[in-house]
Every structure is written in structure tokens, then in C-alpha cells.
Design a protein around this ligand. Sequence first.
Ligand code: SF4
Length: 227
Amino acid sequence: MNQNTLALSVHLSLVSSNTKTGPIPVSTTGAQSCPPDCGQKDACYADRSFLGMHWRAVTAGARGTDWPTFCAAIEQLDDDQLWRHNQGGDMPPDDTGRTVDPVRLGQLVMANRKKRGFTYSHWKDDASIAWFALSNVWGFTINLSADTIAEADRLYGRGSPVVVVVSSTTTQNFTTPAGHRVVVCPATQRDDVSCSTCQLCQRQRDAIVAFPAHGSGARRIDIRLAQ
Ligand code: SF4
């Protein structure tokens, strides 16, 4: 099955059972949305365990809806509702497959008005980054996902907050070589914190948020980061 020939599906769980996010609305987008050059493809946490099974069902079109139906469901959320877009998947690409689709992004930004949606993206071409900066101005928070600290420093200050994957042994906050403050995601360190209580990634902020590598892909990420 070639996933790129399948129509893009998006699934919305109104009360997520994902312990990291907590019981908030959480979406999953088919893997057709992922950038072809994503640096985490061989170690993607979303491709594992129960989330991986769910994500593959969404990618195959067995779960979820089309994009307009998904956006209509977001519009129906209560005002001020915190919600997480894409526990798996990314923002849909345009017809070239090499950059985000500004039309579908705009539809989601409009649906999110008065809500507090947030997500992360591995699209890092200049056009995508420019569209994401506008999305952040319009209240839909898109974090740029860096694969290394050096890349986090390069992405910093381009109109969107930044997150970064770090080694599995990282537990303490630190400062990057360029002087940017890095805060380790508290949900990776404490069982009593989830996105529903923390909400840091939804905020426009100065601090970079760090995610220590974990799970079955951790060793691969640790080796890559050490090179
Ligand atoms: S920093 Fe907070 S909002 Fe971001 S992923 Fe961790 S728990 Fe969720």
C-alpha cells in the first residue's frame, strides 16, 4: 500500500487517553502529512505501541474524517478549550509535497479562533516557517521541532516557539551555546504533569522546550546526537 496515494484522514479524540497530553481533545493526522525529509522518521515516537496502531489506521483511512470535517469539529469546541493537534502526523503539504499547504493551514487557524490549539511541525523550509509565524500571530500555536540543539538555535527567533529532542539522560534545564534557555518538558520527569496542566507548548514564549529521547527509538537518537 502506497500511503501517498491515499486521501488524507484526520482523527479527533475529544477526550484523549494519552497520559502525556491528559484528557484534552487530541488529533492524529495521516502520515501522508509528514515532511519527506523529517529527521525523526526512523525513530518517530508516534510510530510505536498503541499510538502507532492508531496512527496507521488513520493513515490507511480506516479512522478519521477529511480535513473540512475535522476543521468543523475544531470550530465546535468550547471557547478557550486547550487542544493538541497531531500526536502523530504533521501539517498537510501542498501539491508539490515539499512545503505546507497554506490553504488547509488557514482553514485550521480560522477554526481555532477563540480556542487554544497547539502543535509541532518538522516542516522547516522557509515558506512553511513563514506561514507558521502567521499562524502563531493568529492564535494557533505551532512549535518548530528541532532535531539538535544547533538546529534549535538556528530556528529560534523566526516567529514561532521552538522545541528540541535531547539525549535520554537529560533531566535538567540548561542554556544553549547561543544563550537560549531550555526547559525540559515536565511531563517527561513527573507523573503528575500532563499538557492539560502544564500548557507550556501552547504559549508564545522565549524558552525552548526539550524532549528527552524515550522508548524504543531512544538509543538511535542518543547515538545520532552524540555524533
Ligand atoms: S512542556 Fe508541557 S505542554 Fe509541552 S509537551 Fe511537555 S507537558 Fe505538554
